[in-house]
Design a protein around this ligand. Structure first.
Ligand code: SUG
Length: 445
C-alpha cells in the first residue's frame, strides 16, 4: 500500500512561558521564570512546518489549546467571574494558576500514540490520546487533543480515535515520544517498539518515569497489534536520571533505522534481539548506536541530538536528520554529525533548525511533531483545513503577528487580560482552520 509519513506539529500557544513545571526535564528547570517570546516561538515552529511542506512532505497543524484553562480552576473550587477566578487562583494557589497556563500541547509527540492501518487488526488507523497523567499541567491536555484528532480524522470507517487510558499512575502515558515504528516502507506492516520507564510499582528513581509497562501493553492491545511484531523495552534508569524524561530524548527511528544512545535501554542486547526477531520476515533493521565515549549522554541531552526528526526526504536515497541548532554548538555532537554523514550509513544529511524557544522548555524538533502514516485514501479523508500549504501559512503568520505577545515575563502571567486575548485569537483560529464553532470549552458555554 502506498503511504506517506505526515508530521502534525503542535502550533505554539499564546501563553508560551517558562514555568519550570516538569520535574526531571532539565531545560524546563533551568529556564524557570525566564522571559519567554511567544510570537517568536510560534513563528519558529511554523517555519519548520513550512520548510518541510515546501520540501514535499505532508505537514499538518494541531491547534493550541485554550489557555489559561479556567475549567481546572473551577474544578479546584474557585468561583466567580473568569477574572475573579484567575486573580484569586494567583493569590491563593499560584502553582495551580501556572499549571493552567502552559503551552505544553505544542509538543505533539506527546499528544497520542499512533498505529498505522498496516499494523492494526481492523485495518483502521488508530490513535490513543495520551493521558499525560504524570505532570499536572499536561494532564489537562487529553480531551482537547482527542477533539483535535477527531476533527482531523473524522471518518470512523478509516480512523479510530480512542479515549485516553485511565488517568491513574499505573496507566501513565506520554504518547508517541515513547513509541518508535520501524518498517521497510511506511505503507508496509511494521514493528512497533514501545518504551516504558517503569513497571507499575518501581518508582525509586531520582526523576519520575512517565510511561508504564501497563500503559504500553494496553496501547498495543487496544490498537490490535500483532504481538509478534510488537516489542516492549524498558528505559534505563541511567537515561532517566540523566534527564531523558521521554525515550525520544535518547532514541529516534524511521524506516529500517534505529538511532539511539548506548545507554537508552535497560537491556539493550535483548531489545535489539527482540526487534530483529519481530522484523525477521519484514525487513533487516539497521541499528545505529552512539557510544558514550563518542557522545556522552550529558551532551546528547543538552544538545537533543536524538530529539531530531529522521525524515525520508523526497528524491533522496538516505535519511535526513533534522536536528536542533544546539547540536552545532556542542562539539562532541557536531563532530559526530560530521562523521555520520561522511560514512555510508542510513543517514546522509543533517539539517539544523532553530526551535530555541521550545528547546528552552525541553522540546526539540521531534517533540513538536506527531507522526501519522497515511495511505492515499486516508490522506484524502484528512481535514484539509489542518494541512499546511502556502495559504494556511500566510494566514497563520498574520494571525500570530496580530495576536501573540512579543514577550511574557513572570509578572505578566497573572494578567487576567490573557483570558480575553486567548479566546479572541482561538475563536479566529477555528475559522481559519475550519474546526467548527464548538471546538474549545469557552465556545461551548
Ligand atoms: O513534558 N516541557 C515538556 C517537554 C516535552 C518534550 N516532549 C518530548 N520529549 N517528546 C515536558 O516536560 C515544560 C513546561 C514548563 O516548564 O513551563 C514542559 O512541559
Amino acid at each position: 500500500m502506498s503511504a506517506v509519513e505526515a508530521n502534525f506539529d503542535g502550533l505554539v500557544g499564546l501563553t508560551h512561558n517558562y514555568g519550570g513545571l516538569s520535574f526531571g526535564n532539565l531545560a524546563s528547570a533551568k529556564n524557570k521564570d525566564q522571559i519567554s517570546r511567544p510570537r517568536q516561538a510560534a513563528l519558529q515552529g511554523l517555519n519548520k512546518m513550512k520548510w518541510l511542506a515546501d520540501a514535499g512532505l505532508v505537514q499538518g497543524v494541531l491547534p493550541p489549546h485554550e489557555r489559561p484553562f479556567l475549567p481546572l480552576l473551577r474544578q479546584a473550587g474557585y468561583r466567580g467571574s473568569d477574572s475573579e477566578i484567575y486573580e484569586s487562583a494567583w493569590k491563593n494557589t499560584p502553582e495551580l494558576a501556572r499549571a493552567c497556563l502552559s503551552s505544553s500541547p505544542m509538543w505533539a509527540a506527546n499528544a497520542a500514540t499512533v498505529s498505522p492501518s498496516a499494523d492494526t487488526f481492523d485495518g483502521r488507523l488508530h490513535f490513543s490520546p495520551a493521558n499525560l497523567s504524570t505532570m499536572l499541567h499536561r494532564s489537562i491536555e487529553p480531551e482537547q487533543t482527542a477533539r483535535a484528532l477527531r476533527s482531523a480524522f473524522a471518518s470512523e470507517q478509516h480512523f479510530f480515535v480512542h479515549d485516553p487510558l485511565p488517568g491513574h499512575s499505573q496507566f501513565a502515558d506520554e504518547g508517541a515520544a515513547n513509541h518508535v515504528r520501524l518498517c521497510a516502507e511506511h505503507g508496509a506492516p511494521g514493528v512497533e517498539l514501545f518504551v516504558f520507564g517503569r513497571d507499575s510499582n518501581d518508582i525509586n528513581s531520582k526523576f519520575p518515569a512517565r510511561q508504564t509497562l501497563v500503559s504500553v501493553q494496553s496501547l498495543a492491545r487496544r490498537h490490535g497489534l500483532s504481538l509478534n511484531r510488537t516489542v516492549f523495552a524498558k528505559q534505563s534508569k541511567a537515561a532517566i536520571e540523566a534527564g531523558a524524561f521521554h525515550n525520544d530524548v535518547v532514541c529516534v527511528g524511521s524506516l529500517h533505522c534505529l538511532f539511539f544512545h548506548e545507554l537508552a535501554f535497560a537491556d539493550k542486547k535483548q531489545v535489539l534481539a527482540d526487534i530483529q526477531n519481530a522484523a525477521s520476515d519484514l525487513f533487516q533493521p539497521f541499528f545505529l548506536e552512539v557510544q558514550e565515549d563518542e557522545v556522552p549522554i550529558r551532551d546528547a541531552i543538552r544538545s537533543y541530538l536524538f530529539n531530531s526528526m529522521l525524515v525520508q526526504w523526497p528524491n533522496e536515497q538516505r535519511l535526513v536528520l533534522v536536528a536542533p541548532k544546539e547540536c552545532e554548538q556542542t562539539p562532541s555532537v557536531l563532530r559526530y554529525c560530521e562523521r555520520l554523514v561522511a560514512g555510508n550509513g542510513p543517514i546522509g544529511r543533517v539539517e539544523f533548525v532553530d526551535v530555541r524557544q521550545s528547546m528552552r522548555n525541553g522540546g526539540g524538533p521531534a517533540c513538536l511533531r506527531l507522526r501519522v502514516v497515511l495511505s492515499d485514501e486516508e490522506l484524502a479523508l484528512t481535514n484539509p483545513g489542518m494541512l499546511m500549504n502556502e495559504h494556511l501559512f500566510e494566514q497563520l503568520c498574520t494571525w500570530i503577528n496580530n495576536h501573540y505577545r512579543e514577550e511574557i515575563s513572570l509578572a505578566d502571567l497573572s494578567d487576567p487580560a490573557l483570558i480575553a486575548e486567548g479566546r479572541a485569537a482561538l475563536d479566529e483560529l477555528t475559522k481559519i482552520m475550519n474546526l467548527g464553532s464548538n471546538f474549545y470549552p469557552f465556545q461551548q458555554v
